[in-house]
Design a protein around this ligand. Structure first.
Ligand code: NCD
Length: 318
């Protein structure tokens, strides 16, 4: 097994062999989940705490299901009702939780870098479930697993990431992961939603969907992250859909077997046509959700193994 990390804070510091180790294990969990016995014992005796300081449906639910299927005691902190509302800082909240001896801490936070900071203060494994516009590693890993299962490989693919790149941690983690595995990445969107440094990321940038989608194997759409925008990034949603919304006509410029992805939540009729999103011949959006549970099981399993080794008295084999 090759997975050396103590925390899963981002894709940035993962090596390709660690990514493949995690995806291979996730593949096995995906098969297990489709079978009649969905339960394993990799997290037996461990306590997993989910701290979500930002809204989440898929990510929080799948971390919870993943933990429970592997035997962990899972607690969801209701952050809206916690002392954070009374002014407690992130670090104080983390230290309080740390004193209760959790083993796995799953954190989503609106500020980029907050999860890294927290990981320095606690002595358990920390998993980043999305921090600001920085990283969302388990999303990139579940996207990678979905692509590998659909395309049979995870290298030398043409992959378009479209829409609101500037505010997207999903885009950032995907660019890092897919770039490490030698894929050709194209970013497509209006100049206002493409970060200024993007040209230095080893990607190609397009301002036109039809041109950018030409010959693509994978088309990844992103939500317009209005909660992170503070002004006029797009003229109107109608105009945006006309130029950058994915529909069957625009998709026809990609390869005939190109797959359509979206991390959710979707704005139907803004970045993607609803009928296309539901087209099971092209869209793998539901498969992404399914792989989300498997990837989170694999991530927590591997981190728990490293945690057990780190905590074992020296010289004792575990
Ligand atoms: C993404 C997120 O929260 O970063 N959603 C998710 O985790 N599935 C993308 C988004 O909010 O648009």
């Amino acid at each position: 097994m090759t997975f050396r990390a103590r925390h899963l804070l981002g894709i940035e510091h993962l090596a390709p062999d660690e990514i493949y180790t995690l995806l291979d294990l996730a593949d096995r969990y995906a098969e297990m989940e489709r079978g009649s016995d969905k339960h394993g014992d990799a997290l037996q005796g461990l306590t997993q705490v989910n701290m979500f300081f930002e809204a989440s449906t898929r990510t929080q639910a799948s971390f919870e299901i993943a933990g429970k299927r592997l035997g962990a005691d899972v607690m969801n902190m209701a952050m809206a009702a916690s002392s954070v509302k009374k002014g407690e800082t992130l670090i104080d909240t983390a230290l309080t939780l740390n004193a209760m001896h959790p083993d796995l801490l799953v954190v989503r936070h609106p500020h980029s870098g907050a999860v890294n900071l927290l990981a320095e203060k606690v002595n358990c494994a920390v998993l980043n479930a999305g921090d600001g516009r920085h990283e969302h590693p388990t999303q990139a890993l579940l996207d990678a697993l979905t692509i590998r299962r659909a395309k049979g490989r995870l290298h030398r693919l043409n992959i378009a990431i479209c829409g609101d790149i500037a505010h997207s941690r999903v885009a950032r983690s995907n660019i890092l992961l897919l770039g490490k595995l030698e894929n050709r990445i194209r970013l497509i969107g209006p100049p206002t939603l493409i970060p200024s440094g993007a040209a230095d990321w080893g990607v190609e940038v397009y301002g036109d969907m039809e041109e950018g989608l030409m010959g693509c194997d994978v088309v990844m759409m992103l939500r317009l992250q209005k909660e992170r925008m503070d002004g006029g990034f797009i003229p109107s949603e109608r105009e945006y859909y006309h130029r950058f919304g994915l529909d069957a006509e625009k998709l026809a410029h990609a390869k005939p077997d190109a797959i359509v992805m979206h991390p959710g939540p979707m704005n139907r009729g803004v970045e993607i046509d609803g009928t296309l999103a539901d087209d099971i011949n092209r869209s793998v959006i539901q498969e992404q959700v399914e792989m989300g549970v498997a990837v989170r099981m694999a991530a927590m399993d591997l981190l728990a193994q490293n945690l057990r080794v780190a905590r074992a008295p020296q010289g004792v084999m575990v």
